[in-house]
Structures are given as structure tokens and as C-alpha cells.
Ligand binder design. Structure first.
Ligand code: ZN
Length: 384
């Protein structure tokens, strides 16, 4: 991501937290262009797999074919090995091949009971190839949560196949597709292909947002000098995490009957006031510098209304961006970011020669200017 020789200006990323679903990172020494490029590439150009074509052979459920097809399209499919797949329209095969399409079958029938939940675990791969990407959360009909036995929820297929009793248990983390009633059935062929968010939202790998870095600068000594009622107004306008109230001499004159919420008839759920002793003349209010921009602005507006200026200031750092990327489940969040970076690099790499081709080189410009008697920097006028 380096595009400058000056090391202090190299775009840098620091990962601040990483879980199975969410990655947060800080982008340093950067700018809005870069931050937005990363965001937009994640949303529209990182490829994933999704069910794109549904052939319906039998659907006697209460829901029509398109509704079910739409739901199937939104089920995340394991896309960790997405690079091994080719976009269908770019694939060299004539119609379909294992490089560009994955075929599943969804065949469920409700036989011996009133209702059956069809979930993503019912989607099966029919071929024999190993390591076929399957819908996420991954697993099969045997992946059960043994603590959630629901007698009604016995899947007929399991009985038919004479599987263990463990299989007659509610499926864990199942993504529901449709409920079918007695004697209803579904039989569909599902075709998953590689795609990007630009083509359809079902291929979007996750959610991404960023916010610009900010600092809330508070003149604490001026806050201390505010009258008690103004401090209470500030507290009233902020959420609990934006301030702390330091209690002075707890034992001195503290009386339950004088608790702020009781005396002033505030609702009991205004817990923020529970610790404030209003018999005291002063409240030791300490505002939190980590408060959000919205809260800080709230506070600034209030102080302005009360006639105070410049007690709180919000300063933005337009070179630092806080990112949050949350996967829909088809690939780990760090992979989404990594792939977005690769795509951005590829784009820049293909852009560079095009820019060079469309402009004169420095040498060419210098020669041309020299021919006109002007040097490149306009200093040395060579009028020979
Ligand atoms: Zn193909």
C-alpha cells in the first residue's frame, strides 16, 4: 500500500481486534480516498459464492418459488477458497464445470408429523468431489445441539435413513428456509456461482463502516466551575458512559431520602442519578474524553445555549480512520480485508501504465519546454 518514498506517509494498518465475525482496524497516514476505496471494494468487489440459479422440481409449501429462491440466495456459502473458482461468464467451459458452478440438491418431505423446518443443513452436495464449499454454518444433519431436544421436531429423513437417535435433535445454528406442513415437499436443484456485490447484494461478503478519528478536548477546570444546575443539565444530556461523578465525603450528609431521583420525582430508571447526593452544593463532574462526536456536539450545543463558549472542542484527524468489518459468515473478516487490499493493488497496478501512456513523461515535457525556451521549473531560461 506504499505509494510514497517518505516512510512517514506510507498508509499503515493496525488491527485493534479480531473475532470470528468482526475485525476492527485503524488506517493511519491515509486519506478519505483510500478509506473509501477500501470500503467500496469490500462492498462491491470482493468475490464470494452464492446460490444463483434454483431449478424447482416440486414445491408444495405455502411459499412460492421465487420467495424460496431469494432466501436460498442469501445463505452464506463457504468462500474461503474462492480463488479456486472462476466467474461463470469468464470460465472457459462451454456451459458449466466444477470450476465455475457448484450444484446442490434440496429435497425434503414432511411425512409423519404436522410441521417440518427446512434449514440450510438440508442442502446437500450430490457429487463425490472432496472439499466442496457448503453453506455456513458448516456441518450436516448430524451436527446437533443435544441440549435442545424437541420431540416434535423429528426429521423424517433421519428416520427413513435409520440414523442414530442423536439425529432426532434440533439443529444447531440452522438457517431456516421455509416451514412445510404435513405431506408438503420441496425438491430443488441449486446452483451456486462466484460473484461480486456489484452484480447482486447476495455476494457481498460483509458489512463495512469507518469513522474518522476524533479527539474531544475538554477544559476540565472550566467544567468544575459551572454551577450545579448546569452540571445537572449536562448530565441529563449525556449517556452514562460520557462522564463520571466523583463523590465527596460519602458519609457526610448522605441520606437515602435525599437521593436525587426521589426528591425531584425523576423516574426510577434514571439510574444515572442514583449516586448523586443533591444535598451537596457541588457535583464533581468529570467528562470523558472518549465520548462520541454526537455526544460531544450535544454537550457543545447545550453549553452554547447556556452562554459558555469553547469549553469543549472536537478535533478531527483526517489521516486516521477506524474501520469495522463484519462478515456474513462466508469467509473470515481478515480474509475480506486482505482480498480487498489485493484487489486495490491490482487496480492500481493496471492503472499505472494507463496513466503513464496518457501523459507525457517528465523528460518529454522538459524537452518540449526547452524547445520553447522555457525550462521545466521556469528558472533557467535558455534563449539560445
Ligand atoms: Zn466453467
Amino acid at each position: 500500500m506504499a505509494n510514497s518514498n517518505d516512510k512517514s506517509k506510507i498508509h499503515q494498518i493496525e488491527i485493534t481486534s479480531l473475532t470470528d465475525d468482526i475485525i476492527t482496524f485503524v488506517l493511519y497516514n491515509s486519506n478519505y480516498g483510500m478509506a473509501n476505496a477500501i470500503r467500496r471494494i469490500i462492498l462491491s468487489e470482493v468475490p464470494t459464492l452464492a446460490i444463483d440459479i434454483v431449478n424447482v422440481y416440486e414445491n408444495t409449501s405455502a411459499f412460492h418459488d421465487e420467495f424460496i429462491a431469494h432466501r436460498l440466495g442469501l445463505i452464506p456459502i463457504d468462500s474461503r477458497n474462492i480463488k479456486q473458482y472462476e466467474f461463470r461468464e469468464l470460465c472457459k467451459c462451454r456451459e458449466t464445470c466444477s470450476k465455475c458452478t457448484i450444484q446442490y440438491i434440496l429435497e425434503v418431505q414432511c411425512k409423519n408429523r404436522d410441521k417440518l423446518e427446512v434449514t440450510h443443513y438440508d442442502i446437500e452436495f450430490t457429487g463425490n468431489e472432496p472439499n466442496i464449499p457448503m453453506p455456513i454454518p458448516q456441518g450436516n444433519k448430524k451436527k446437533m445441539n443435544k441440549n435442545n431436544i424437541i420431540n416434535n421436531d423429528v426429521n423424517d429423513n433421519y428416520n427413513m435413513n435409520n440414523l442414530d437417535n442423536d439425529d432426532n435433535i434440533k439443529l444447531e445454528n440452522a438457517i431456516p428456509i421455509v416451514s412445510i406442513a404435513k405431506n408438503q415437499m420441496l425438491k430443488m436443484k441449486l446452483i451456486a456461482t462466484k460473484g461480486i456485490g456489484k452484480m447482486h447484494a447476495k455476494w457481498i461478503p460483509g458489512n463495512v463502516s469507518y469513522r474518522i478519528d476524533h479527539k474531544v478536548i475538554i477544559k476540565h477546570n472550566l467544567i468544575d466551575k459551572l454551577p450545579r444546575e448546569h452540571k445537572l443539565l449536562i448530565i441529563n444530556n449525556l449517556t452514562n458512559d460520557c462522564y463520571t461523578i466523583q463523590k465527596e465525603n460519602k458519609n457526610n450528609g448522605y441520606n437515602d431520602n435525599n437521593r436525587y431521583d426521589n426528591v425531584n420525582g425523576y423516574d426510577d430508571d434514571e439510574n444515572a442519578y442514583d449516586d448523586i447526593d443533591i444535598t451537596k452544593k457541588d457535583i464533581q463532574l468529570k467528562l470523558n474524553e472518549n465520548m462520541s462526536v454526537v455526544m460531544a456536539q450535544n454537550c457543545i450545543d447545550l453549553l452554547n445555549e447556556l452562554g459558555y463558549k469553547d469549553i469543549i472542542k472536537v478535533v478531527f484527524d483526517e489521516t486516521k480512520f477506524h474501520f469495522k468489518v463484519e462478515t456474513i459468515g462466508s469467509m473470515p473478516p481478515e480474509q475480506i480485508v486482505e482480498m480487498a487490499m489485493e484487489i486495490l493493488e491490482d487496480k492500481l497496478r493496471s492503472l499505472e501504465p494507463k496513466i503513464k501512456a496518457s501523459f507525457y513523461s517528465i523528460e518529454e515535457v522538459a524537452t518540449q519546454l526547452k524547445e520553447q525556451g522555457v525550462s521545466l521549473y521556469g528558472i533557467d531560461l535558455d534563449l539560445d
